[in-house]
Design a protein. Structure first.
Length: 239
């Protein structure tokens, strides 16, 4: 994983996301809705809901929107029924792609996702065709400016807390954990540092190099997928 900064990709998309804040809030509300629907509204017992709310607050989603999504899920307000679906396939140059979606219409979502793949020289595949290349991990980002101790001291502290791997850039520290250790590491670090990002995400075991033309097509395909209302996350192994 070393040398493949997820933060680089996140920073690259920040300005574009700021221009689509309403769509982001809608996707976050879906995520909160599903988490509350499946595990209830008690934050003490529903870790998925805690994560979804933390993610929403990190994106400056208003509390009213968060509460409305929870109320819909727990029966206080009429709401939709969303289904979680993962699509797998290959982008330009054989890049492995996983698309996580929440939808109330599987046929619509499948058609839109398939169109995004085919339009950019990709192919939607069968379940399991690329998922074996990815593993879920905890991912935490802390800005360098928010840390007063020196780098060596901070890294030792994070390792003692239970992180699996830590990388540094000029701007941030990227901390990776196992799924089982994520909650403990997140909660411990949160006591001392503001967390820029704290989430569970999918990471590839290997990466695929593309030439300039195929990389451009891949980026356009990702933009098209991420712009779909039903798509929550897009994971890939492009270098």
């Amino acid at each position: 994983m070393a040398g493949h900064s997820k933060w680089h990709n996140i920073k690259h998309k920040k300005n574009a996301k700021d221009a689509k804040r309403g769509k982001i809030f809608m996707k976050l509300a879906k995520e909160i809705y599903v988490a509350a629907k499946q595990g209830g509204s008690d934050l003490e017992t529903n870790s998925a809901l805690r994560l979804a709310i933390d993610k929403a607050k990190a994106n400056n989603m208003p509390n009213d929107n968060i509460e409305r999504a929870i109320n819909k899920a727990t029966g206080n307000v009429d709401g939709e029924n969303y289904e979680e679906i993962v699509y797998e396939g290959y982008g330009p140059g054989g890049v492995a792609v996983m698309v996580e979606a929440l939808t109330d219409n599987k046929n619509r979502t499948a058609s839109e996702v398939r169109h995004a793949f085919s339009k950019h020289d990709g192919n939607l595949g069968e379940n399991g065709c690329v998922s074996f290349m990815f593993h879920r991990k905890g991912y935490i980002v802390i800005k360098r400016d928010d840390i007063e101790s020196d780098e060596e001291e901070f890294m030792l502290e994070v390792i003692e807390v239970g992180c699996e791997e830590i990388e540094s850039t000029d701007e941030v520290y990227e901390i990776y954990t196992t799924v089982d250790d994520f909650e403990n590491v997140k909660n411990t670090l949160k006591e001392s540092y503001p967390l820029e990002i704290a989430e569970l995400s999918m990471f590839p075991d290997t990466y695929t190099d593309l030439d300039e033309d195929k990389q451009s097509k891949m980026e356009k395909m990702m933009d098209m997928l991420e712009d779909l209302d039903d798509v929550q996350e897009v994971h890939h192994n492009m270098q």
